[in-house]
Design a binder for this molecule. Structure first.
Ligand code: ATP
Length: 334
């Protein structure tokens, strides 16, 4: 049996970085790739944000590899495709590893951010009340508990020793209070892992100020969104980092960066974030398709080799194209 992998190329640099990653995947694994068209470009063409039956095609697949999808904030708009996928599959855990590279990153780090992905300020509960704009920040006991459980399980599975919850309990006493209470309750069931916590602003400072600032970080939605860009900056580029959005039985894998319209269409986008996302996808699929995890790890090692050999796109000061970096990764894997 071979895996069915749904692919959404996305907007901006999406088609370039996903295309480069697919060129590698097609050579190193035997899978069925199912293209699903969605996003701003598709909306402009057709008036619909996702092709008909798109969600069903995702449901029939084992995992999704996707590029960034734009949601217009002005003019004709539509509900975010990203949010729709997250909610449909209840992808509650957003996992973002950050590893530094010698001579490229401004600090040494090897940490994993576990971001709560469906609640918090992004729960989609906002409205105008007269002249007041109100956004509700929703943290449920169940949501806080399951993301904490996920973080501790991840720490144990990867031999990591500490999980740090990030919060602003001194101000957001009720919502972050609940998040933290559940965190420490779950921690009791994982005595082999140290549990501690950090205020979000102090955590941002620590991320840029010291080497090895954290091990596993557990963050409510908004903090995770913002601090992961901080961590990517410390590592060296948004273009280097991949992410996994995980639910009970589905996973969506994508680079952490957005559509990067400023460099789209020029063939210079860094494909490594998407390649790292694909590597995480293969590791996750290993449960169902044994052997893929090993290919995923080889892919991550090849990325290391390419970065060490300074085969870099312009975001990291190099002059390699998207395609050249992907080719170099493939060569090292072969
Ligand atoms: P969005 O609103 O979709 O998140 P954005 O423009 O706010 O988009 P990004 O698309 O993440 O944010 O881009 C932020 C900066 O990082 C831009 O200058 C962009 O060119 C750069 N960047 C993002 N991804 C890459 C990449 N893969 N390779 C090189 N540079 C990138």
């Amino acid at each position: 049996m071979r895996p069915k992998i749904a692919v959404i190329r996305g907007d901006g640099v999406g088609p370039e970085v996903v295309g480069a990653t697919l060129a590698i995947l097609e050579r190193v694994i035997d899978a069925e790739f199912i293209e699903v068209r969605a996003g701003k470009g598709y909306f402009m063409e057709t008036g619909s944000p996702m092709e008909e039956g798109g969600m069903d095609r995702l449901r029939e697949s084992d995992a999704l590899l996707k590029g960034p999808i734009a949601t217009p904030t002005r003019g004709r708009s539509y509900p975010s495709v990203n949010l729709r996928i997250r909610r449909e599959f209840d992808l509650y855990a957003n996992v973002r590893p950050f590893r530094s590279y010698e001579g490229i990153s401004i600090r040494r780090m090897d940490l994993v951010m576990v971001r709560e992905n469906v609640e918090g300020l992004y729960a989609g509960r906002e409205e105008m009340r007269g002249e007041e704009a109100v956004t509700e920040r929703v943290i449920t006991r169940r949501g806080a508990r399951r993301i904490a459980e996920f973080a501790f399980n991840l720490a144990e599975a990867r031999g990591r020793s500490r999980v740090t919850a990030i919060h602003k309990k001194n101000v957001l006493k009720v919502s972050d209070g609940l998040f933290l209470d559940e965190f420490y309750r779950v921690a009791e069931g994982h005595p082999g892992v140290t549990a501690d916590d950090y205020i979000v602003d102090a955590a941002a400072y620590r991320l840029v100020k010291v080497d090895h600032p954290f091990d596993v970080m557990l963050l409510p939605n908004l903090y995770g969104d913002i601090l992961s860009d901080v961590a990517a900056g410390v590592v060296g580029s948004l273009g280097l980092c991949g992410s996994a959005q995980i639910g009970e039985d589905y996973g969506a894998f994508e680079p952490i960066h957005g559509t990067a319209e400023d460099i789209a269409g020029r063939g210079v986008a860094n494909p490594i974030g998407t390649v790292m996302a694909a590597s995480m996808m293969l590791e996750w699929l290993d449960l169902k398709f044994p052997g893929l995890g090993q290919v995923g790890r080889r892919m991550a090692e090849a990325v290391d080799g390419v970065v060490m050999a300074r085969k870099l796109t312009p975001d990291l000061g190099g002059d390699a194209t998207t395609g050249e970096v992907a080719e170099a990764i493939l060569e090292l894997m072969d």
